[in-house]
Design a protein around this ligand. Structure first.
Ligand SMILES: Cc1cc2nc3c(=O)[nH]c(=O)nc-3n(C[C@H](O)[C@H](O)[C@H](O)COP(=O)(O)OP(=O)(O)OC[C@H]3O[C@@H](n4cnc5c(N)ncnc54)[C@H](O)[C@@H]3O)c2cc1C
Length: 296
């Protein structure tokens, strides 16, 4: 086990030993070692890097250190990052949330990980650092097939930057029971301040977490956003149907692809209605950034 005290030290070790396995909270790594799925020669312990478990709320974004745990996101960041806070709250048990971190979730990048659709819907960026320097990668470009990521062999995740919510956000997952189960599918949605732009994403559906771009486009082109009216039922249903076309659903977790397709359609439609109701109830509608009221 190599214990490092700073990020420069951590990336130097990473560069020297590309096979070293970084450990943040260990809820994935330690389980994999115990199950003998992983036999690392070197563990790179990130837990002593000062500030790596801190977050900073700025005027437009929240910057999270990679070792910010899910409990902190769920309990402290709800007012700024409501979608991510809902996702963090749905991770495992309290013990898992206390130890499990945002950087660890990104390192594992499981298609079923709860935080990923919320990060995609919020438009997060991920900081990847190595001895060569640091770069920011949008969540949209981070996830690859079946746990693959944009992370190079010599890089570490050193930060996550999430725009503060300007409008309502939702996250919901379906599981066989409420606690301690992998999602059978999950869905996140975020509206902007004017209710004119929407971002939505799916988890536990395809081989990687994915944006629901066709469903987003349908809404934005429908002319229904930005009005003060409930969304037409046919539009909501079509939104759900298109969300299910965002990826080819996987089999697994005791359910088949057809189940996932139907479940995600329902989840997407339901969360769209809820986010829109919140938007209308808060009286955002008809206001532009300059505070002018739009003609009905
Ligand atoms: C009982 C149980 C229930 C769970 N339930 C859920 C659930 O409901 N929803 C859910 O989403 N997840 C769940 N998980 C999975 C797990 O808790 C999450 O993936 C967690 O957030 C991982 O964080 P960690 O800090 O413990 O990661 P670790 O185990 O420390 O690391 C995970 C991976 O990320 C890599 N890594 C860690 N930090 C970095 C870094 N800075 N740079 C690069 N790579 C890094 C590690 O090398 C490893 O590959 C559960 C796990 C357990 C054991």
């Amino acid at each position: 086990m190599v214990r490092v005290q700073s990020w420069p030290e951590a990336v130097a070790v990473r560069s020297e030993f590309p096979d070293a396995v970084p450990v943040a909270g260990g809820t994935d790594v330690m389980v994999a070692i115990k199950l003998r799925n992983l036999r690392p020669e070197v563990l790179l312990d990130l837990s002593r890097i000062p500030g790596s478990d801190r977050y900073r709320v700025g005027p437009d974004t929240v910057r999270l250190g990679p070792r910010v745990c899910h409990t902190a996101v769920a309990e402290l960041l709800g007012p700024h990052l409501p979608g991510l806070a809902l996702a963090a709250r749905s991770v495992g048990s309290r013990q898992v949330r206390n130890r499990g971190t945002i950087g660890g979730s990104l390192g594992t990048a499981s298609a079923a990980g709860d935080v990923h659709p919320a990060l995609l819907a919020a438009g997060a960026d991920i900081e990847l650092s190595s001895v060569r320097g640091a770069r920011w990668v949008p969540a949209d470009g981070f996830y690859g097939h079946r746990g693959g990521t944009a992370l190079a062999a010599d890089e570490l995740i050193t930060g996550v930057r999430v725009p503060r919510a300007a409008g309502p956000q939702r996250f919901q997952k379906i599981g066989l029971r409420l606690g301690l189960v992998k999602a059978l599918c999950s869905f996140a949605i975020a509206l902007d301040r004017d209710g004119r732009r929407v971002r939505a994403a799916l988890g536990a559906y395809g081989a990687a977490p994915v944006r629901a771009r066709a469903a987003e486009r349908l809404l934005e082109e429908s002319g229904a956003l930005g009005t003060a009216r409930p969304l037409p039922a046919a539009l909501v249903t079509e939104f759900g149907r298109l969300a299910a076309t965002s990826a080819t659903p996987v089999e697994g977790g005791g359910v088949g692809a057809d189940y996932r397709r139907r479940a995600v359609s329902v989840l997407a439609a339901r969360n769209l209605v809820q986010v829109w109701d919140t938007f209308l109830a808060k009286g955002h509608h008809g206001h532009h950034r300059d505070g002018q009221r739009q003609a009905p």
